[in-house]
Design a protein around this ligand. Structure first.
Ligand code: SAM
Length: 200
């Protein structure tokens, strides 16, 4: 990852969503992006130039645009029409973002558009986050990695976030994943945990 004096940045053309620039690089704000928060917490998996990424929960393309600065290609899935409009505008200015308007819980709808991916990144605020991750694991290469941003309050608002995380980890391990690392994203994002997993 690229750091300038402790500031996480990506190399790309600015002006995507009003982000600030530092020495001609785009500042990647950990308060706006859970993936940036993950790197600020010192977590392990770095993006690589030749990575193909499946990104679930693309929203308006804020984080997608930074991931695209670092990687070869990002397949960006979003199902809500309003953020999709912004995502299309972001993708129109780049050659390596493929926007896909679809429900991530129905991967069979977009399977024909995809190629095997190195990284499955997921930031969907959906009660069935673990089921969605599991269903999309089919797209991962055998050496592939999944990085889930778990919004515990979307899964169960009444349970303790720690219990929701523990249960989510158990479910992931029962499916196609081996857990490599977990981390709460405080102080940047409340009740969100990052879970890094390899494919079994
Ligand atoms: N990842 C974005 C970023 O960092 O810029 C923010 C994502 S926002 C927290 C969650 C997004 O997931 C929303 O835009 C929502 O519409 C989308 N989403 C939730 N459930 C989804 C599903 N089943 N399929 C596709 N998108 C979904």
């Amino acid at each position: 990852m690229i750091w300038i004096d402790g500031v996480l940045v990506s190399e790309g053309k600015g002006g995507v969503y009003g982000e600030k620039m530092l020495r001609n690089c785009r500042i990647w704000d950990p308060y706006r992006s859970k993936l940036a928060a993950y790197y600020h917490k010192g977590c392990g998996h770095e993006l690589r130039k030749d990575d193909v990424v499946l990104y679930l929960g693309a929203a308006n393309g804020t984080t997608v645009s930074h991931v695209a600065d670092y990687t070869e290609c990002v397949y960006a899935v979003e199902f809500a029409p309003r953020p999709m409009q912004d995502l299309l505008a972001v993708a129109a200015k780049r050659k390596n973002i493929v926007p896909i308007m679809a429900d991530a819980s129905r991967p069979e709808w977009y399977a024909p558009l995809l190629e095997p991916v190195d990284l499955l990144y997921m930031d969907v605020a959906d009660p069935d986050q673990i089921g969605i991750a599991s269903r999309n694991s089919v797209f991962l290469k055998q050496s592939g990695i999944a990085l889930l941003m778990l919004k515990t309050r979307s899964i169960d608002v009444r349970s303790d976030p720690g219990d929701v995380l523990a249960e989510s980890i158990a479910r992931l391990e029962e499916s196609d994943f081996v857990i490599q690392e977990t981390m709460w994203l405080l102080p940047y994002h409340q009740d969100h945990a990052a879970i890094l997993c390899a494919k079994k």
